[in-house]
Design a protein around this ligand. Sequence first.
Ligand SMILES: [Zn+2]
Length: 121
Amino acid sequence: MHELSIAQSLFDIVMEESLKHGVTNVRAIKLEVGAMAAVVPEALTFCFELVSRDSIAEGARIEIVTLPVVARCGECGLEFEVRDQIFRCPRCDVPVSDLVSGRELSIVNIEGETGEEDGSD
Ligand SMILES: [Zn+2]
């Protein structure tokens, strides 16, 4: 399953970051996922629950922000949002293959508790 490998690498990053910042309990993970990344939020949440079991990230809430697919026209340079998988410039009506965004999958924020009440980063 596609989401399982994503959840696994996500988990690795969360663990690494938590260790770095002294987080002892991960409460929420906020993600930005491009519409082209073809990630099913429910499946990713489910898979993350599997891989995070018995870790400090167990039970963490996964918040997914879906980013629109934006393409750039090679003819006129227009950047436009791709809807309904139509990769054509609305101005020139030529096929467009240059994606500006839409495939990303990145962690925006990890919310957690640290052992000490120290606000510094
Ligand atoms: Zn164009």
